[in-house]
Design a protein around this ligand. Sequence first.
Ligand code: AMP
Length: 272
Amino acid sequence: MQSFVQSLKAEGKSIGFVPTMGALHEGHMSLFRKSIEDNDVTVASIFINPTQFGPNEDFNRYPKDHKGDMEKLSTLNVEAVFLPDVAEMYPKGFSTFIYVGGIGSILCGASRPDHFNGVATVVTKLFNIVIPDRAYFGQKDFQQTVVIKKVMRELGLDIDIVACPIVREDDGLAMSSRNAYLSDEERKSALILSKALQYGKTMMMSGKEANISLVKDKIAALIKSDPLVKIDYVEIVGIEYLEKIKEIKLPVAICIAVNIGNTRLIDNIIVE
Ligand code: AMP
C-alpha cells in the first residue's frame, strides 16, 4: 500500500482516502464521490476495527458484505482498496494506543469508554499506511470528525480532514450499516431520531424556546413517546469543541444516541 501511494505521489498525484468498516451504503458512496472529485487518486479501506468496540458490543456480528462492497466500489473510480486483517493491524503484543482525553469520554464516549481511543489509533495507523493528502469522514459520526481533527492538530499530522453531510433514506433515517439489524417495527421507530432533530432545529431557529435545557427536554419527550426507543443521550453542543452550551448561540449541533432493541443508533443535526 505504501509503495503504491509513494509511487503516485512521486508523479505529483494527490491521494484522497476514505476509511470504512464496510457494508457500504450511499453514505459511504458520497464520501468516495467527494474524494474522487477532489483528488487524483482515491483509496478506500475496509477494516472492522476491534479496538473501537467495547467488550459487550457488536464486533462479532458487525455486518459484512465483501462481495457487495467490491461491486459497489467497482462502479466508482476508486484505485485501491486496503483490506488488512486484524493480526496485520494489531500483531501479537501490540500495546501502543492514542489517548484522546476528555473529548473521548463525553457524548458517545460516556457509554463507549475506549471507543475514540480505538478510532484515533486505527485512523492514525491507516493514515501512516495510506499517506493521504485528504481524508473523508461523515458528519453522521460528528464526534468522530471533531476527535480526528483534534488528533491531527495535536500530533502535527498534515492531512486535511473533510467532513461530509449526512446521507439519509427518503424517510429521513440516517444511513448506517447498523440499520441492517433493525426489524420492520424497529425501523419505523428509528424515524423518531430525524424527526426529533428537525423538531429541535425548528424550535431553536424560531426563537420560541430560548432555554437550552427545555429544548433538550422537549426533544427527549418526543423520543420517549416511542416505547421501543431508549435514550442514551440528547445533547446540544458547540460544533468545534463539543462543549455543552448553556444558551442558544448558533452554530450548535444537536446530538442524539438511542438504543432500539439491541441496536445503538446515533444521529445529529447542525443548527446554523
Ligand atoms: P463506518 O463504515 O460506519 O465506519 O463509516 C465510514 C465513514 O462513513 C465514516 O466517516 C462515517 O461517518 C461515514 N458515514 C456513515 N454513514 C454515513 C451517512 N449516512 N452519511 C454520510 N457519511 C456516513
